[in-house]
Design a protein around this ligand. Sequence first.
Ligand code: C5P
Length: 214
Amino acid sequence: MQMLVTAGPTREHIDPVRFLSNRSTGKMGFAIAQCAAARGHAVTLVAGPVALATPPGVQRVDVISARDMLAAVEANLPACEALVMCAAVSDWRPRQTSTSKLKKRGLSPILELDANPDILATIHDRKSGRIFVGFAAETGDPRPEGRRKLADKGLDLLVANDVSQPDAGFAVDTNRVVLLTCGGEEQKLPLLSKLEVAERIVAWVEQALASRIR
Ligand code: C5P
């Protein structure tokens, strides 16, 4: 299959040296890209600013902001059969961006923000027969919010995790996730390496595509 994966945070610049972002390191999305490529799939990985090497056989597109990521996803969507939106997209961006470093003395203590586009919502009407997978990072039981996002974003699968756990979520090599499907199933996975979680997700997508084609 042709798989499009997004990974990492986005950065929303205030000026050349300051930005809004989040704690995502890209490890989960890179693990999905690595696993899918190792299983023989053609993978394009749209990566926010992260310090990770490109997995073997993966075509990588680097982006900075949420709007850059949206443009890269839109450009690569027609060729893909499955999209895995693993990126932690910044919800907001500064209303104004300066091309030169702002002086501390001239800075206003109030930062005005605009909402970033929701990538999944923007491309939803181009979903067609594609499989869409989303992620939800929550603090506390991720299932209620996960179910809401699965429905609101029109996803086939939502991978929900509680990022307040020290061994799950941002920056670590393990994850504890619940898979929520559009068919109403719920599968709680044990603590696994991110590569093992990636294998479960890629296997789910392979099966979903196979049953759609049949
Ligand atoms: O940030 P949120 O919890 O809503 O993210 C849920 C899913 O939506 C994730 O798969 C994320 O990649 C995606 N998302 C998006 N565009 C945004 C924010 C999140 O596609 N602006």
